[in-house]
Design a protein around this ligand. Structure first.
Ligand code: DC
Length: 212
């Protein structure tokens, strides 16, 4: 039997990663693994338990003792709680880059990501999947999009926030995530600015078929 196939999809916030990874996994019948959700879940737990986001050793311990899991329906769970909605709060957006930047936290999370990604064919989305988590992935994609388009996509999710605030927030996040974003040298760079979700998914699905 062939070993499990991995499709790595990396890219910044608003590049279309989550939508594309979800839809691609659905069409291919692959598992979808959202590694950003894992860092978000740990951040939620740290906030609940009063663990300092500057304390890498304490956060790594918290991560080791509370492995993130996903239900069959894709719900995100940590420490026995379903945090799928809570991890999308603005407060988590602000805190998560600080949690994700600790090397000892990343080590624990990457180990868990590799284990979750080894169960079967998987689409893994994140920032460092093709370069560090799964350097042997059969297909590696790095998604990008123009800033204006990324802001437009965010506006659709958050109609109550002005475009100017969303643009400022996006720039702040890009800066804070830069250190954790490591495109693989051999990733296919895909600019999604003028593409529909369907076009992006079809394009990646063709690359997957070519590798099968
Ligand atoms: O993709 P997202 O916005 O849900 O990611 C949440 C945070 O986690 C963001 O600050 C980037 C970080 N992250 C990371 O450092 N490495 C990953 N593989 C995935 C996400």
């Amino acid at each position: 039997m062939n070993r499990a196939m991995i499709v790595a999809i990396d890219g910044p916030a608003g590049s279309g990663k989550s939508t594309v990874a979800f839809e691609l996994a659905r069409r291919l019948g692959f598992v979808h693994l959202d590694t950003g959700a894992m860092y978000r879940a740990l951040t939620w737990l740290a906030a609940r338990d009063g663990v300092d986001v500057e304390d890498g050793a304490a956060l790594a311990r918290l991560a080791r003792e509370n492995p993130v899991s996903f239900s069959a329906e894709g719900r995100v769970e940590i420490a026995g709680e379903d945090v799928s909605s809570n991890i999308r709060a603005g407060e988590i957006d602000r805190l998560v880059p600080a949690v994700a930047r600790h090397p000892e936290v990343r080590e624990v999370m990457r180990e868990r990501q590799r284990s979750l990604g080894s169960v079967g064919d998987t689409v893994i989305e994140g920032r460092d999947i093709g370069s560090v988590v799964a350097p042997n992935a059969e297909v590696k994609i790095f998604l990008v999009a123009d800033e204006d388009e990324r802001v437009r996509r965010r506006s659709a999710d958050r109609p109550e926030t002005s475009a100017d605030s969303l643009a400022a927030e996006l720039r702040r996040r890009d800066q804070r995530d830069a250190a954790n974003t490591q495109p693989a040298n051999d990733a296919v760079l895909l600019d999604t600015t003028d593409l529909t979700v369907d076009q992006v998914v079809v394009c990646i699905a063709e690359l997957v078929e070519a590798r099968r």
